[in-house]
Design a protein around this ligand. Structure first.
Ligand code: BJW
Length: 256
C-alpha cells in the first residue's frame, strides 16, 4: 500500500516540472489485458519463449511461425482498450507544460488514450515493412492493399518478393532512426522522468533513467515489483499503474 505522503511528494515534483518524460514498458498495458513481454505465453503459444521469437534469426528460420505470433497479438490488441494508467498519463498534458511519452510498447494504447507526443522506441505492431528494406530502410508496406493467402504466413514484398515483416524492433536490431536520439535529448532537459511498468532489462531503453538522473531529473517509478530501475528512483510508487497513476495525476492536478 502506497502512503499518501509518497504520492504527494511525487506530485510536487510533477507539478514543478516544465518537461516530464514518461518512459513506459509492457506493465502499463497489463491492466488492459495485454500480457507483459516476460509473462509466459498461453494457449497454442505456451511452448515458445518470446525472447526466442523476437529476433531476425527466428523470422529468417521460420517466417510463418513468427508472423503468426504477431497476427495472434494483433488480434488480441483489437479487443483491448487503454486503461486508467494510460489515461492518467495523457491527462498530465493538461497541467504540465510538456509531456513526452517514450514507450517500448508496440500496442498503440498511449496514442489511443490521447497522449499527443509519443516516441515509439520499438516500433508499431500495426505497421509492416519489407524484411530486405528494398526501397530503402524502412520500406513500409500496406498489407491491406493487396491479396494473399493469410493462412500461408507473411506476404511477399510487392516490390522485391522478400518477406514482409512487422515494423517492430527485434533483439540485435537498431532502434528507429531518430527515436532514441530524441529520447536522449529530452532526458537531458527533463526535470522529471516517470518510469512505468518496465523491467529495465532491455537496452538501450533501460539506460535512459540513469542518463536522465545524471542530467538532474527526479526519477519516479511506478511498478508493483522492484526492477532494475528502482535503485535510480527518488520516489518508488510500488503498485499497479492503473491504480497508482490516477492517484498521482489527481494529486498533481490539485497541487497546480
Ligand atoms: C506492471 C504491472 C502493472 C506488471 N503496472 N507495472 C547492453 C548490454 C547487454 C545487452 C545489450 C546491450 N545493448 C544491447 C543489448 C542487446 C539487447 C538487450 O538489451 N538484451 C537484453 C535482454 C540483455 N538489445 C537490443 O538488441 C536492442 N538493440 C540494440 O541495442 O541495438 C544496437 C545493437 C545492435 C546489435 C548488437 C548490439 C547492439 C533492441 C532491443 C529490442 C527489444 N525488442 C522487444 C520486442 C519488441 C517487439 C515485440 O513486442 O514483440 O521489445 S523485446 C521486449 O523487451 C519488448 C519490450 O519493449 C522490451 C522491454 O520489456 P518491458 O517493457 O520492460 O517488459 P517486461 O515484460 O520485461 O517487464 C514488465 C514490467 O511490468 C515488470 O517490471 C513488471 O513488474 C511490471 N508490471 N504488471 C505496472 N499492473
Amino acid at each position: 500500500m502506497i502512503d499518501e505522503q509518497q504520492i504527494q511528494q511525487a506530485a510536487a515534483y510533477v507539478k514543478a516540472a516544465q518537461l516530464v518524460v514518461v518512459l513506459t514498458g509492457a506493465g502499463v498495458s497489463k491492466e488492459s489485458g495485454v500480457p507483459t513481454f516476460r509473462d509466459a505465453l498461453d494457449g497454442l503459444w505456451a511452448q515458445y519463449d518470446p525472447q526466442q521469437l523476437a529476433t531476425p534469426q527466428a523470422f529468417r528460420r521460420n517466417p510463418k511461425l513468427v508472423w503468426d505470433w504477431y497476427e495472434h497479438r494483433r488480434k488480441q490488441l483489437s479487443a483491448v482498450a487503454p486503461n486508467a494508467g494510460h489515461i492518467a498519463i495523457a491527462e498530465l498534458e493538461q497541467f504540465v507544460p510538456q509531456v513526452v511519452v517514450v514507450t517500448q510498447n508496440i500496442d498503440g494504447l498511449h496514442q489511443r488514450a490521447g497522449s499527443t507526443d509519443v516516441i515509439l522506441l520499438h516500433g508499431d505492431i500495426q505497421h509492416h515493412r519489407c524484411f530486405a528494406g528494398c526501397q530503402g530502410n524502412p520500406t513500409y508496406i500496406d498489407i491491406d492493399a493487396f491479396a494473399w493467402d493469410r493462412d500461408d504466413g507473411p506476404p511477399p514484398c510487392p516490390h522485391c518478393g522478400a518477406w514482409v515483416r512487422p515494423d517492430v524492433v527485434w533483439f540485435g536490431e537498431t532502434l528507429p532512426l531518430g527515436a532514441f536520439a530524441r529520447a536522449e535529448d529530452l532526458c537531458r532537459k527533463a526535470q522529471v522522468m516517470l518510469v512505468v511498468g518496465t523491467s529495465g532489462e532491455v537496452q538501450p531503453a533501460a539506460s535512459l533513467p540513469a542518463f536522465a538522473r545524471r542530467h538532474g531529473a527526479h526519477i519516479i517509478e511506478v511498478n508493483p515489483n522492484v526492477s532494475a530501475i528502482t535503485r535510480h528512483a527518488r520516489v518508488f510508487l510500488q503498485g499497479p499503474s492503473g491504480e497508482v497513476l490516477p492517484r498521482l495525476a489527481a494529486a498533481a492536478r490539485q497541487a497546480s
